[in-house]
Design a protein around this ligand. Sequence first.
Ligand code: HEM
Length: 579
Amino acid sequence: MGRRKQRRKVGKKDVENSKRRSGGRSGDPWDGKAKGQKPHTWKAFRTPDYPTRRAPVYREQGTAQLLREGPKGLNVMNLPQLSLLPLVCVACSIGFLLWHYRRKHKGIPPGPIGLPVLGYVPFLGPHPQDAFIALGKRYGNVFSFYMGSQLTIVLNDYHAVKAAFSEQADTFNGRAGGFVSTYIRQDTKGKTHGLGAPHGKTWKDGRRFMIQTLRDLGMGRSHLQSRIIEEADRLIDTFLQFNGQSFDPAPWLYAFSGSIIGSLLFGPGYDRTDPAFTATMARLRENDQFRALTWPLQCFPWLRHVPGPFKRLWGMVVANTQQILLFMRCQVAEHRSTHPAKEEARDYIQAFLNKQISLQETGVTELQAFEDEELIQSLRGLSSAGVVTSASTMSWLLFYLLHNCHVQEKIHQELDRAIESGQSVTIEDRVKLPYLEAVIREAQRLGNVSPLGLPHTNHRETTLLGHRIPANSFIIANYKAVHVDPAFWHAPHEFDPTRFLDKDGRINEPAHFMPFSIGKRACGGEALARMVLFLFTANILQRLRITGPTDRPLPPSTASVTFLHTTPAAFSMRAFART
Ligand code: HEM
């Protein structure tokens, strides 16, 4: 309405009048048409009287034309007061940044754009594995985002994990470490030690020794099996002491798992109630949780100096790490003083000291993978990697059994058929208990204790499924995405152990089941963990029947808490002796 009114007011007559007033000039005097004026040239633009000569033009343009066409000559190039140089510099800088960004990111996997400086991390929420599954639907099975300034690549299905960790194992076998993880693994001179070392000969030799030793101590020696069964009996007695009342099993499961790792590392007779040991186990668990909370420190280490929550968290991580390493040092010193010579290895420390003695006997002076510092860090790494993962898997097992009473019933029937009453179940009974084995696998698949594993890195640039992966990227494998992928699992969110059985009722483990990861960095304690999980589940269920709590409702089967590892939401249960 308003605009129509204006049009009516500014008629043809007004335009004619305006032209007359301006001496017939219809527009910009520098457009070359105006009588007696120079065409638009850079030289004219630079003349000192330019601004004063421009001013009348607007006055002379006439109201009618001004209203209809806007002030002529008002474009960026003609703005009188601005010098061109800053404009050109800004334009060039933007152009250069765009060119550099495009060049740097050419061919890398697609992904979401995050915030400046922080990247996409603030949007990942409390369960990043689920956020990645959602992002995967949009960006595909390999996508990227920025964690602070670190380019991060997510492998979001079986094909992607296999292509990286199995088919290009030598390229992707580096261990990525943010600031906090690297601090924990470093000595005072800044050298990284232990099984979490980036890669290279020291890590390779150390890993080979660790796998061999765990195999020897675990599967090859019966005393570890006896210790596990003994600990399971103790756990059963503890559960029965609650006399059918509800209790939270989590602390007992951590104690059970810790005492097995303790006897493996420090000897079969190791006192599980030693206060220094229990305090060390508590510190390891705490650090596991802190590390998930300190992700901003991974990207912005200076935050540890700023008073506030991160400074406090950092203080606790440092104090815990120093205490844990001190405890490990004391254990090594004690072993050395009590077993000065080579003798049959009954624990990890002794096996390591024997290796040192053998190398020295053959004249090797550079021990590298077998230096004391490597041993101390390996003890810390094994305790940290073994205790929480095993205990959390046991929690998931009990949790799913409480939700699926018919599964517990079937396990009881299988145990009663296969094992003589009053006999403990041993590792040799495995083949007789395929359904129980399938239940353990299904709890691992759906529970996803280590949903994102530990981050890898590639020490050289490579191409993965058609995408360019720049060197030193942060590589995250989403094992949860692999384990709930409907392309591989029928009704993936249901607890159905029979998916791990073939038509003859024997165990059938598909390649896309990978709770321990795959490739050269895969879990070093896989064989041991499988043995512990089997002996725990079989012996506990042979003697106990577990039911839901009476004090509070059982959380839904999907309720979980994710720090570095995922555990079920806190729950209670009741235990009764089977007659
Ligand atoms: C159910 C229990 C366990 C699960 C689900 C589990 C899972 C994993 C996963 C996903 C990784 C990362 C692999 C990768 O980066 O590709 C890992 C690494 C590792 N795990 Fe386990 N683990 C378990 C128990 C254990 C136990 C009992 C030990 C030993 C006592 C152990 C020792 C290690 C070590 C040493 C590494 C690092 C390997 C390396 O960097 O070379 N784990 N584990």
